[in-house]
Write a protein that binds this ligand. Sequence first.
Ligand code: KIV
Length: 260
Amino acid sequence: MKLSDLKKFKNHEIITCLTAYDASFADLFDQCGIDVILVGDSLGNVIKGEENTLGVTIDDMCYHTQAVANKIQNSLLIADMPYQTYSNPNDAIKNANLLLKAGAQVIKIEGGEECEAVFKSFQDEQIPVCGHLGLQPQSIQELGGYKVQGREEASAQKILKDAKLLEELGVEVMVLECIPTKLGKEISESISIPTIGIGAGNNCDGQVLVSYDMLDINLGRKPKFVKNFMTGNSSIEEAVKLFISEVKSRKFPSADYSYE
Ligand code: KIV
């Protein structure tokens, strides 16, 4: 899928997204009809077995992006830029180009206003970008843990302001992680680019989950927003198809998998 096709989903069809890190899962998800495949830096947790995403390198990301790109035929491929690979515009451009060369169609970075110079440089270089606001796992040390963001008025206003700024800075699509349903709705209605939620309620323009989480392959932490789609299914294919149908019909995420 082309990025221009994905942008047409807004207000028409809900976007489905799962993470993948290798060719076999990418092929299966692609064949099942997933709209977007994200090579997430969550590979630090689920592939490398680390506590957080901070140890993921650009080489890790390029290796896994290339593996996924080898088998994608229909889905759009977004790849994460890992921790400290976009601390300044020069590094950001250099590392983004490595991911694009590995097969990513869009790169994703975490952050708002504090990354303005980097977003501007991507815009100048015409590098397609996905934003990531709300809970930003690469800032886990500053945040003091995996906590819901935007519950207080000031923090909600900052996330909303950042979302509008990112749209102005040419960001094409935006992940919203771990925020109250009301804020996910307000942001999605305030900007013209698609939002893809993870723990951000069912009013976002799309939904993403870490594939291992929704397949109930779990090494530890299980956030409230994770639904086990293997329940009642006997194959990964069935679980992915159920995820697609529940997201497209807005059945998932229900209040049980969302935050107030
Ligand atoms: O790294 C990742 O898998 C992500 C998703 C949680 C959105 O960024």
